[in-house]
Design a protein around this ligand. Sequence first.
Ligand SMILES: Nc1ncnc2c1ncn2[C@@H]1O[C@H](COP(=O)(O)OP(=O)(O)OP(=O)(O)O)[C@@H](O)[C@H]1O
Length: 312
Amino acid sequence: MKAEWSNPTGTERSAAESGMKRNRQRILVLANPTAGGYRPKVLEAVRENLSRLDVDAEFRLTSHAGEIGEVCSDPDLDVDVLVIAGGDGSVNEAMTGLQDHPKPPALCLVPFGTANVLAHELKLPADPGAISDTLSKGKTRPLHAGLANGRPFVLMASAGFDAEVVHALPLALKRRFGKLAYVLSAIRIGFRRKTTDLQVHTNGRSYNAKMVIATNGKYYGGPFCLTREESVCRPGLHLILLKHDSPWSMLRFSLALVRGRLNKEPGALLMPITRATITSVSPVALQIDGDPYGTTPVEIEAAPACLQIVVP
Ligand SMILES: Nc1ncnc2c1ncn2[C@@H]1O[C@H](COP(=O)(O)OP(=O)(O)OP(=O)(O)O)[C@@H](O)[C@H]1O
């Protein structure tokens, strides 16, 4: 029975120990202490709960951005469940790292983070008792992903105004104001940006749009429903095209999103896709899962394989 914190140099010992107890479930918890809403007390309570179960659990705090991806892309990573304690960006890093893993572990999420869209998707609990309970029951569902130029996204990839907001958002502002920081960043850039047309090729047709969201799930920006037709636990993607992106149009679309009616709003078009190409005359900002991701052009497609994720 063991649920220990490891120090940064303690991984060899933990690997050796878990190798000796292969009949026990091995759990690695990777916690991002810089995630918005990080709560060490929750993590400590989960650790205490797990120490009462017959599992080998190792807890590690990341020390730098990219570390989750590094751990996950190591083919020698050999655990049954990888718990990410962080937000959507941390989960994205894990998925990206596990993309080529020969035997990927099941993922589990302790939802810290700012927007936490995946936690809404999976209706994940936030209190330590329920998190430990979910983990110990070990019920899993498939976690599907999309690919944007080959990089996985579990929630969404988009081009246009929202991606510009993500690119322009200083981390310090995000940490200080949480979700409100996105609104402040949107107001700051909304009235002085130059808009660029996007050309979208999908389902054998071409469209013009100002902003395009490829979504793998239902939600966007937290608890706001983009489309009830999607689920991260089912294969498939939807595309949402917005024809206008003036500040007033964006306000109208945002209010429709908050009411869960964006797909019914004039100027918004929703469609299922398997593949799409988004291009533009000059580069337009992209974001995936709430983090900046370069600029257009981008090829969107459904990822051929899926992971498993522990759910309540
Ligand atoms: N120790 C660390 N120091 C600095 N950055 C880190 C560290 N560990 C992870 N990161 C980076 O922090 C980024 C953001 O983390 P995360 O997504 O978990 O939180 P968030 O941005 O607050 O939440 P959300 O994505 O749900 O809005 C991740 O992309 C990851 O690369």
